[in-house]
Design a protein. Structure first.
Length: 110
């Protein structure tokens, strides 16, 4: 990870490609976990149809000076944003417990 300044001038951690490669097994487990949590909650498709719902990290590409938000786990199994956001919490907790700083992105209305 590398320290970068966010848009408020505060120092934050940004992942680089090698960091994500090293954590690929955990990220793969999170993909399956999110789907299983949604099924466990009844596999209901509720909420506004949104594209791009994902778990994201702050990422700094090779040779880049500015960071971007990078989707590391997509939510292609359900269209509704309410269903996706309800089922993502345990996955975010799992990622945090395994040293991955991530957040949920609700996507855009489709």
């Amino acid at each position: 990870m590398k320290q970068v300044l966010n848009y408020n001038g505060e120092s934050i951690n940004a992942y680089q490609a090698n960091d994500l490669i090293a954590k690929s097994a955990i990220i793969d487990a999170a993909k399956n976990m999110w789907y299983q949590e949604w099924v466990k909650q009844g596999a209901v498709d509720e909420g506004t149809c949104c594209g791009g719902k994902a778990i994201q990290v702050v990422f700094l590409g090779k040779g880049c000076r500015k960071y971007e938000k990078l989707s590391i786990v997509g939510c292609g199994f359900v269209q509704g944003n309410v269903a996706a956001s309800r089922s993502v919490k345990p996955v975010l907790e799992f990622l945090a417990a395994n040293g991955i700083e991530a957040s949920y992105y609700d996507g855009w209305m489709d």
